[in-house]
Ligand binder design. Structure first.
Ligand SMILES: O=C(O)CCC(=O)C(=O)O
Ligand SMILES: [Fe+2]
Length: 294
């Protein structure tokens, strides 16, 4: 195991420039990786053709539930449509995305969740590590793909370049409601410290965000306007996967997330780099881990 990348993705490392030099990437890859390091996200063009976007939209359409305002499957959102829709699964498992994530993280990525949206989410800005985190920290990424053009009117994705440097919230899992409160404190400062960008995406474009990049959905200002899009969330191998709310991760107690690679169905074990782990103690859903006995 490379000690420089044992605790932090190399794109987030203070030694980034030196490591980049050693890799001798193509000018295109170097520019993309440098942008990801600096801004916490990168945009890729033409990931899908208009026909492929239409296929995903058509396959997912019957899964929206017009009578459900919120929830994993609702009038505007379908979680894990990959189960029913081959096109959703194919995008999640797209080898160009996996190759690029390998380059950014130097670890084996696997998709563990998909979200399809028919309308803008209008979600307040957040870091996805609020829901899914990892040890070592930062080994999670989201890939957002426009399945139609987005404008300032149809509730575009918004994000704050550079906000991936804001540390994670750790309240030791004492009171989950305080977790949200703490995030809201961060939110108040975001607009004063970081530029707020609305992503007016072209159909087929993808935006890859680093685990801690703050992002959300802007307001829909044209009533009824759709904003078809797909998000795939990726973890990377050889990490502990956990939900920070209800975890006391600084004390080594995790609300673990059992994850599997949605492209293969393979369950991915919690590991710490090259170390196999076993449960040391489990109480009320909170688990302590220890190195597995050989
Ligand atoms: O598409 C959006 O508006 C945001 C989605 C999001 O935050 C996510 O899937 O993590
Ligand atoms: Fe998110």
């Amino acid at each position: 195991m490379n000690p420089l990348t044992a605790t932090v993705p190399w794109t987030d490392s203070p030694f980034f420039e030196q490591m980049l030099l050693e890799k001798q990437l193509s000018p295109r890859d170097e520019a993309l990786v440098r942008a990801f390091h600096r801004d916490g996200y990168v945009v890729l063009d033409d990931v899908l053709t208009p026909e492929q976007c239409a296929t995903i939209r058509d396959e997912v359409e019957p899964l929206y539930r017009p009578d459900e305002p919120e929830g994993p499957r609702s009038r505007y959102r379908v979680q894990d449509a990959y189960g029913e829709c081959p096109s959703v699964r194919a995008l999640a498992a797209d080898s160009r995305m996996l190759d690029f994530l390998r380059l950014l993280y130097e670890r084996e990525p696997f998709p563990f969740q998909t979200l399809n949206f028919k309308y803008g989410t209008q979600q307040p800005a957040h870091s996805d590590t609020q829901h899914f985190s990892s040890v070592p920290f930062g080994f999670m990424a989201g890939v957002w793909v426009a399945l139609e053009d987005t404008t300032h009117e149809n509730g575009p994705l918004l994000y704050y370049p550079g906000s991936h440097r804001i540390p994670d919230v750790d309240l030791l899992g004492i009171d989950p409601s305080r977790f949200i409160e703490c995030q809201q404190q961060y939110l108040k400062h975001l607009d004063t410290q970081f530029e707020r960008v609305e992503f007016t995406a072209k159909q087929g474009q993808a935006l890859i965000w680093a685990a801690r990049l703050w992002h959300g959905g802007a307001a829909i200002t044209k009533e009824g306007a759709t904003r078809h899009s797909q998000v795939t969330h990726y973890y990377f191998r050889d990490c502990i996967y956990f939900a920070p709310q209800n975890s006391a991760f600084s004390l080594g107690r995790f609300k673990l997330k059992d994850t599997f690679d949605i492209s293969t169905g393979e369950q991915i074990p919690h590991r710490y780099n090259e170390l196999d782990l076993e449960v040391a103690d489990a109480a009320e859903d909170v688990t302590a881990l220890r190195p597995a006995k050989a």
